[in-house]
Design a protein. Structure first.
Length: 128
C-alpha cells in the first residue's frame, strides 16, 4: 500500500490546480515572501517550461533561487552549479525548496598523498 503524498493537508492534484498566490499561503514565511516578490519571474519560468516540453527540449536555468512549485513535479530541470548544468528530477518532496539546494556548487574535498617537498619531513623520503 503506497502512502499518498500530501503537502500541508493538500494532495498533489489539488496543489497543481491552485494559483501561485494561493499556493504561497502554504509555504513558510521566507519562501512565501520570496515567491510573492518574484511571482512574475516564476510564472515566466513555468510558461517557458511548458514551451520547451512541447518542443522536447531540455529545460536549463541559472536561477538557483526559484521556489519549486507543484507544476514542476515530474520535470527534469538542468540547474547551473557554476561549472556545468546538473540534471535534477523534481519529485513531490522537493516542493517549497529552492532549485539551488539540489545542485551543489562545491565538491567534497578528497586529499591525496602529499608530494615531495610538501612538508619538511617529506624531503627525506625516497622517490618511488
Amino acid at each position: 500500500m503506497v502512502k499518498e503524498f500530501t503537502y500541508k493537508g493538500k494532495t498533489l492534484p489539488e496543489l497543481k490546480a491552485m494559483d501561485l498566490r494561493e499556493f504561497a499561503q502554504f509555504l513558510v514565511s521566507r519562501e512565501r515572501r520570496s515567491l510573492l516578490r518574484q511571482i512574475e519571474v516564476t510564472e515566466k519560468f513555468l510558461k517557458n517550461c511548458e514551451r520547451k516540453i512541447a518542443k522536447n527540449k531540455e529545460i536549463r536555468t541559472h536561477s538557483r533561487d526559484l521556489i519549486i512549485m507543484p507544476k514542476m513535479v515530474g520535470l527534469t530541470i538542468s540547474i547551473y552549479n557554476g561549472k556545468e548544468f546538473l540534471p535534477i528530477k523534481i519529485i513531490e518532496d522537493m516542493i517549497g525548496h529552492r532549485l539551488g539546494e539540489f545542485a551543489q556548487t562545491r565538491r567534497k574535498v578528497e586529499h591525496g598523498t602529499p608530494g615531495i617537498g610538501a612538508t619538511k619531513s617529506s624531503a627525506f623520503l625516497s622517490v618511488k
